[in-house]
Ligand binder design. Structure first.
Ligand SMILES: Nc1ncnc2c1ncn2[C@@H]1O[C@H](COP(=O)(O)OP(=O)(O)OP(=O)(O)O)[C@@H](O)[C@H]1O
Ligand SMILES: [Mg+2]
Length: 264
C-alpha cells in the first residue's frame, strides 16, 4: 500500500474538518492582556469544554469566535473561512457568521415581552427565514428540547431550565454549524441543570459541534472530546478529559481542580 500523500486538497480537507480554528489569539481590554496567544480547534462533530477560574478569559474567548469581541492578534477561522486576522475583521457578512455560530448565554437573553415561540420566530425573521418555515421550526425545536407545552408562555412564566431550553431551541433554529455555550447552567437550580444537560447530551449524541464553558466538571468529563484549562488568559493544559481532569500534568491545573473539588 502506498502512503497517503499530503496534497493541497487533502490538507484543505483536513483543515475544513475544523469548524472553529483559533490561532495565536490575543486580546487586551484597556491595555490589560486578557487572552494571550491562545490556539484551539473544534473539529466537526466534536465537543470541546473550556474550564478555568473566574476572570480567566473564557467568555472573551467564546465571544471572539463570533466576533462579538474583536481579537487584537491572531486568526479566527470558522467553517474553513478566515473571519478575523491580524487585528482586522475579514468576514464581510457578520449576520451569516452569527447564524453559523450559535450562542447560548448564561442568562438566556430571551426577549421578556415575547412568548417562547415568538422569541424563536423573531431570531429567524431577522435571519430572513420565511414566517411559515420559522413557525414550523420553532414548534419542532420546542418539542425537541421538551418544552412544546410552554410555547405560548413568556420568559417570566417559565422556569430557568425551560428558558434555557427555549434559548437552545432559538440557537438551533438558525441551523448553526457550531454551538457556543457560556456556562449554560450556572444560574440554574439542580433540577433545571439536569434538564438542560439532558438536552445538551442529546445534541452531542446527534453530532452537534460544540464549544462550551462549564463548571460542571463531571458533565465535561462525560461529553467532551477535549478539555481546555484556561488560566490568566493562557491555555495551561489541553487534552482528553481523562487526562486533563484526572491526571493533569500541570501544577496549576491540579491546584484549580483541588480548589474546585473542595468548593463543590
Ligand atoms: N468589555 C470589557 N471591558 C473591559 N474588561 C473586560 C471586558 N470583558 C471582560 N473584561 C475583563 O477581562 C477578563 C476576562 O473576562 P472574562 O469574562 O472573559 O472571564 P471569564 O473566564 O469568562 O470569567 P467568569 O468565569 O467569571 O465568567 C476579566 O478580568 C474581565 O474583567
Ligand atoms: Mg465568563
Amino acid at each position: 500500500m502506498t502512503e497517503p500523500v499530503a496534497t493541497a486538497k487533502t490538507v484543505a480537507a483536513a483543515r475544513a474538518e475544523a469548524v472553529v480554528r483559533i490561532e495565536g489569539l490575543s486580546k487586551s481590554f484597556d491595555g490589560r492582556l486578557v487572552l494571550d496567544d491562545v490556539s484551539l480547534e473544534v473539529d466537526r462533530g466534536r465537543i470541546v469544554s473550556v474550564i478555568g477560574q473566574s476572570g480567566g478569559g473564557k467568555t472573551t474567548l467564546m465571544r471572539c469566535v463570533n466576533l462579538l469581541e474583536r481579537p487584537d492578534r491572531g486568526t479566527v477561522e470558522v467553517a474553513g473561512e478566515v473571519v478575523h486576522s491580524g487585528g482586522r475583521t475579514v468576514c464581510r457578512d457578520l449576520p451569516a457568521l452569527r447564524r453559523t455560530v450559535g450562542m447560548v448565554f448564561q442568562k438566556f437573553n430571551l426577549f421578556p415581552h415575547l412568548t417562547a415561540v415568538e422569541n424563536i420566530v423573531l431570531a429567524q425573521r431577522k435571519a430572513g427565514i420565511a414566517e411559515a418555515e420559522a413557525l414550523e421550526r420553532a414548534v419542532t425545536l420546542l418539542r425537541r428540547v421538551g418544552v412544546a407545552h410552554r410555547g405560548l408562555a413568556r420568559p417570566d412564566q417559565l422556569s430557568g431550565g425551560e428558558q434555557q431550553r427555549v434559548a437552545i431551541a432559538r440557537a438551533l433554529a438558525l441551523r448553526p454549524e457550531v454551538l457556543l455555550f457560556d456556562e449554560p447552567t450556572s444560574s440554574l437550580d439542580p433540577e433545571s441543570t439536569r434538564e438542560v444537560l439532558t438536552v445538551m447530551r442529546e445534541l452531542a449524541a446527534d453530532g452537534m459541534t460544540m464549544l462550551l464553558v462549564t463548571h460542571e466538571l463531571p458533565f465535561a468529563r462525560e461529553v467532551s472530546d477535549h478539555v481546555v484549562f484556561v488560566d490568566g488568559g493562557r491555555i495551561v493544559e489541553a487534552g482528553r478529559p481523562q487526562d486533563v481532569l484526572d491526571r493533569p500534568a500541570e501544577r496549576r491545573t491540579r491546584e484549580f481542580l483541588a480548589a474546585y473539588g473542595s468548593a463543590s
